[in-house]
Design a protein around this ligand. Structure first.
Ligand SMILES: [Zn+2]
Length: 110
């Protein structure tokens, strides 16, 4: 078959592909299975979401995650400072694991 037709993956009914508008779905005439759909968001909207999430991630990375108060002294630490302190305390494997799971993987996922 040429690329202009699509077979329903549920019942095998052939359908001719057609352009869809944003948010529209094409369904099989025989069984009603959704064949393909056009997403609601275009590439500009996705870019805006990715940039907004990246900005929020950067801001969140510099916010304190823990505060210790002792003897009248108050000390706050960000996540990256806590990772560095863990490294300096002699636990490099724990620091690497915390950095990877708490900072690097979420950053690469965005
Ligand atoms: Zn079908």
């Amino acid at each position: 078959m040429t690329g202009n037709y699509i077979a329903c993956h549920h019942c095998g009914q052939l359908h001719e592909r057609s352009a869809l508008v944003s948010g529209q779905r094409a369904s099989c005439v025989r069984c009603g299975t959704v064949l393909w759909s056009q997403g609601v968001l275009n590439s500009s909207a996705w870019l805006a979401i990715v940039l907004a999430s990246l900005i929020a991630f950067i801001i969140a990375s510099f916010m304190p995650v823990g505060t210790i108060t002792a003897v009248g002294l108050k000390s706050s630490s960000t996540f990256l400072e806590a990772v560095a302190a863990t490294w300096r305390a002699g636990y490099p494997s724990v620091a690497i694991m915390c950095f990877a799971t708490g900072f690097l993987m979420p950053l690469l996922d965005a």
